[in-house]
Design a protein around this ligand. Sequence first.
Ligand SMILES: NC(=O)c1ccc[n+]([C@@H]2O[C@H](COP(=O)([O-])OP(=O)(O)OC[C@H]3O[C@@H](n4cnc5c(N)ncnc54)[C@H](OP(=O)(O)O)[C@@H]3O)[C@@H](O)[C@H]2O)c1
Length: 208
Amino acid sequence: MRPFIHVNCAMSADGKIAGSDRKQVRISSAEDKERVKRLRRQYDAILVGVGTVLADDPHLTVKGCDFDENPIRIVIDPHGRTPLDAAVVDDRAKTVIITLESCDKVWPGVSIIRCDEIVLVDIMEHLAQCGIESVLVEGGGETIASFFKEKLVDRYTVFVGSMLIGGRTSPTPVDGDGWVADDGIQLEFKGSEVLGDGVLLTYSPRYQ
Ligand SMILES: NC(=O)c1ccc[n+]([C@@H]2O[C@H](COP(=O)([O-])OP(=O)(O)OC[C@H]3O[C@@H](n4cnc5c(N)ncnc54)[C@H](OP(=O)(O)O)[C@@H]3O)[C@@H](O)[C@H]2O)c1
């Protein structure tokens, strides 16, 4: 048993999720931001990789929600690179950091899961045992790629903003090492919605 896993991100019309310096770029329209706010309320947990914590320093909370109303924040951080003063470890919501046994860093007030190795399917099963039934994965490209590679994604939504970012090294929604597969991962198109000056696309992966 594992939680329902939804990947959500925002990309430019040229398929980038941040600039070549990995700094955050405002891609979402006001309407998309409202959607993400509603979306976060529907999930038990919001998950990001440590690269996003270091690049964006996100709170991963919902404006107006108090400590217990906010989803649990989960960071995959094998080597303990999350700073002690990162916004994601503040006291606005519960936080879980998933790290390796070899990392002995402690973040006050944070639940730490130490693993021999990062095996997403095992981690997801553990989260389900802890009562987490749904996870919203918000990035970045390395983390999203690892979820797709493990065939763990149930829904994929991407907001396409009306802008170009450019840069051959700018992160994309699904980075990682790529796949040696003729047809990539096939997606079933579920629908589209205009949100301000951009478009939200919804897909379900069709794993072979
Ligand atoms: N537009 C959007 O919607 C959006 C959303 C979020 C982020 N972003 C952008 O994305 C960029 C950050 O993305 P990123 O790809 O660099 O970083 P990331 O995916 O946030 O984090 C990647 C790191 O997390 C750890 N990690 C994640 N999954 C793992 C797994 N399955 N196994 C082992 N380790 C795992 C590794 O840490 P170690 O290297 O320490 O082992 C890995 O290097 C930033 O530029 C940010 O602005 C954009």
